[in-house]
Design a protein around this ligand. Structure first.
Ligand code: ADP
Ligand code: MG
Length: 296
């Protein structure tokens, strides 16, 4: 894809980001293709960093052979902003689960399983094929569509933007960061697994699993020194689901499973079915998503 900002027609705002960015639906004039464009302030980003970003983006664009991650089309620097152009999806998991709870339902186990398996495959692909650690796994970065796909977004290039902006701002009130990140500024693939665990507990219980934080200090205390926000066994989900989620939330990073181990977990394996079984899972997942669309 080669295009500039002038080739894009603004259609509507899809979402407002937690770092001050805006995501807009835009149409490419010449081809008619519709995409999601995330605009973030790029004043803080110098030329060397921009070039590094664009090089990294090119690697991502050239090797997107994974249906579990959102496709990148390109990035444009325009009027001090960076426009990140990507595949457009129907909704994000944060809005979706709220919609489900709003009508008094819970996410069915099969839906949670399908999402969990997709995200684990996506993170594993990013690590193995692109050597990228995501760093911002959370429900709003897990996108879904009625054709039955779950795709992870906001990795790589946007990681630069997130980090450079996050440096200058307080951490938000709902963070998904692993204890080792907060206490030792250490980062590992397993830190993303923790964030996946927090996200899964959130969608299973219908709210962010930590109590409200009043300050960054509270948050540090709770995540670093408190108990992990484990999912308790209840009638709603099987013990396989509960065990899988709680393995992601082992506080000590060194005891937390890596992708290879998580991919041996019976819960993952069940929802990582092959062939016809997988096609069926995808179809019923898509039907379930469609029931709640459109979500504003
Ligand atoms: P955050 O992820 O912190 O909520 P973002 O700026 O990344 O902030 O995204 C804002 C919102 O836009 C997301 O919550 C999501 O609902 C929506 N969104 C982002 N990317 C896409 C996309 N590719 N397709 C559809 N919706 C998207
Ligand atoms: Mg996002």
């Amino acid at each position: 894809y080669q295009f500039t900002a002038n080739d894009l027609i603004d259609q509507e705002i899809i979402g407002q980001g937690s770092y001050g960015g805006v995501v807009t639906r835009m149409q490419h004039k010449q081809s008619g293709n519709v995409m999601a464009v995330k605009r973030v302030r790029a004043h803080e980003i110098n030329t060397a960093e921009r070039e590094k970003m664009l090089r990294e983006l090119k690697i991502i664009i050239d090797s997107q052979n994974c249906e579990d991650i959102v496709k990148f089309y390109g990035a444009i620097f325009q009027d001090g902003d960076c426009w990140i152009c990507m595949e457009i999806m129907d909704c994000s998991l944060d809005k979706f689960y709220r919609e489900v709870y709003k009508i008094g339902e819970k996410l069915p186990e099969a839906v949670v399983g399908f999402i969990a398996a997709s995200v684990v495959r996506a993170l594993n692909y990013l690590k193995e094929a692109l050597n990228i650690i995501h760093r911002d796994v959370k429900p709003s970065n897990i996108l879904m569509c009625k054709s039955g796909f779950v795709k992870l977004c906001d990795f790589g290039i946007s990681g630069y933007l997130v980090d450079s902006i996050a440096k200058t701002q307080d951490v938000g009130c709902q963070v998904y960061m692993a204890p080792e990140r907060l206490s030792e500024r250490k980062y590992d693939v397993r830190s993303d697994i923790w964030s996946l665990g927090v996200s899964l507990v959130e969608v299973c219980i219908g709210r962010f699993p930590y109590e409200d934080w009043n300050s960054v200090f509270d948050q540090l205390q709770a995540v670093v020194h408190g108990d992990p926000p484990l999912l308790s066994a209840s009638g709603d989900y099987t013990i396989e689901l509960v065990n899988f989620v709680n393995r992601c939330l082992i506080k000590d990073m060194n005891s937390r499973p890596k992708f290879s181990e998580l991919m041996e977990d019976p819960f993952f394996k069940h929802y990582n079915a092959q062939g016809l079984a997988f096609v069926e899972q995808r179809a019923s997942f898509g039907e379930y998503v469609a029931r709640f669309l459109p979500i504003e």
